[in-house]
Design a protein around this ligand. Structure first.
Ligand code: S3P
Length: 455
């Protein structure tokens, strides 16, 4: 286990850096490569462990892949029906996207499979994905959650597909806005006899729809309604090549760091700016932050841009309603922004955060207080009293094995009054393996120590 020791910034953060390929897009690209016919190429910068879990799952089912020197993955898809029965449980690690998206594919197979994960994933709710898949004839069971009525958690036992050996059509109103659940339903629709209609309460990230559409699958979207026209689908996905845009969720840590460290100017190159993901960017601007967006074309229907962030005087903001879904993974780092903004920032309608990699409402309340920031924890969010004009109190923070908590604590450490220690920071590799190197390239002083205290 490693700790990070973050020193207060004595100079501005300056420079131009890339971020890893978008984790959500890369999951979809890897999975769909495995289901396509022929060799696909996925170039995604330094992919994190979550994406590697999806790749590992495909390998466990007989899909071969190699990595070029450039870092590009070459994945040899064997078509929609080319997966082989795994010989042991498939380990999805920490990755909710891996387990939920795979469920949609595995439920349609004639073999049985078991999906497992680490301690955090093993606590996360899975009935939301199992229910619609059962409704179209799939078999999927989990461990009954003793604390939440009607809820299941991993391990998931999936398949084999019962008679008549094909999934049926589905019309489903999703009770929770979740791109993972929506994607599992759409992926199962590739195997179904009949069409798939999904309606979400709020539009969530639409990477699956965009990628399927780019691959010629008849998917259409009207606001929060999505249709996959099963009878019009050819039954085959073509192999493809994608250069995955940078992950805006990773870029947000750098955007906020640039806002709060005085006189900083940071550019993040080639970032995916799909509007279902840009909630934090909008909030930064609402709160008085300087953030420029320079369009750089698109990649498999995903818009790409360079982002230019600069230190700013910030005022409190408000996150609630529809914007929460577009900011869902950025709430920890939004809390860091709020800690440096004048006034009280309110975060509401965000109860979903309690079932992420950690309970991010409770964890962030603890982190903020450790840094001496006043905040109130509420059932569906937080109220944060910003303190822009004095250094925060240096702190020792437990990551709780949540990558986004660890990175948020490291960013807050840049404006503290002494060295901050982030314990168990290995989890950062889940999404941003080169986080420390990237921060150092911008001028931050961060040291990596093993937990025993050595260098
Ligand atoms: C993701 C969807 C979101 C998000 C997660 C990635 C995806 O989860 O929090 O980090 O790639 O589809 P939910 O679907 O649970 O909201």
């Amino acid at each position: 286990m490693t700790d990070l020791v973050v020193y207060p910034s004595e100079r501005p953060l300056v420079g131009s850096v890339p971020v890893p390929g978008d984790k959500s897009i890369a999951h979809r690209a890897i999975l769909l490569s495995g289901l396509a016919s022929g060799k696909s190429r996925v170039l995604g910068g330094a992919l994190g462990e979550d994406n590697r879990a999806t790749l590992g799952a495909l390998r466990a089912m007989g899909i071969e892949s190699t990595e070029e020197e450039s870092g590009a993955l070459i994945i040899e898809g064997k078509g929609l029906y080319g997966l082989r029965a795994p010989t042991s449980p498939i380990d999805c690690g920490n990755s909710g996207t891996t387990i939920r998206l795979l469920s949609g594919v595995l439920v349609a197979q004639r073999f049985a499979s078991v999906l497992i994960g680490d301690a955090s994933l093993s606590r996360r709710p899975m009935e939301r994905v199992a229910k619609p898949l059962r409704l179209r004839g799939g078999r999927i069971e989990g461990r009954i959650d003793p604390k939440r009525v009607g809820e299941i958690t991993p391990p998931l036992q999936i398949g084999p597909l019962p008679q008549p050996n094909v999934l049926g059509p589905l019309e489903y109103d999703m009770p929770v806005a979740s791109a993972q659940v929506k994607s599992a339903i759409l992926l199962s629709g590739l195997y179904a006899d009949g069409s798939t209609y999904v309606r979400e309460p709020i539009v969530s990230r639409d990477h699956t729809e965009r990628m399927l559409h780019a691959l010629g699958v008849p998917v259409s979207t009207m606001a929060s309604m999505i249709q996959l026209d099963g009878p019009a689908f050819s039954g085959e996905l073509p192999a493809f090549s994608i250069e995955v845009p940078g992950d805006i969720s990773s870029a947000c840590f750098l955007i906020v760091a640039a806002q709060i460290v005085p006189q900083s100017r940071v550019t993040i190159r080639r970032v995916g700016v799909n509007p279902t993901r840009t909630g934090l960017a909008e909030l930064v601007r609402d709160m008085g932050g300087q953030l420029g967006i320079e369009a750089r074309g698109d990649e498999m229907s995903e818009p790409v841009a360079d982002l230019h962030a600069a230190a700013s005087e910030l005022r409190a903001g408000r996150l609630g309603g529809e914007l929460v879904t577009r900011t869902i993974d950025e709430v920890p780092i939004l809390c860091a922004l709020a800690a440096r903004a004048e006034g009280t920032t309110i975060i509401q309608d965000a109860a979903e955060l309690r079932v992420k990699e950690s309970d991010r409402i409770a964890t962030m309340a603890g982190v903020l207080r450790a840094f001496g920031v006043e905040c109130e924890e509420r059932p569906d969010g937080l109220a944060i009293q910003g303190a822009p004009n004095r250094p925060l109190k240096a702190a020792v923070i437990e990551s709780r094995d949540d990558h986004r908590i660890a990175m948020t604590a490291a960013i807050l450490g840049l404006v503290a009054d002494g060295p901050t220690r982030v314990r168990e920071a290995d989890c950062i590799a889940t999404s941003f393996p080169r986080f420390v190197g990237t921060m150092r390239a911008l001028g931050a002083r961060i040291e990596v120590e093993n937990a025993a205290g050595g260098a």
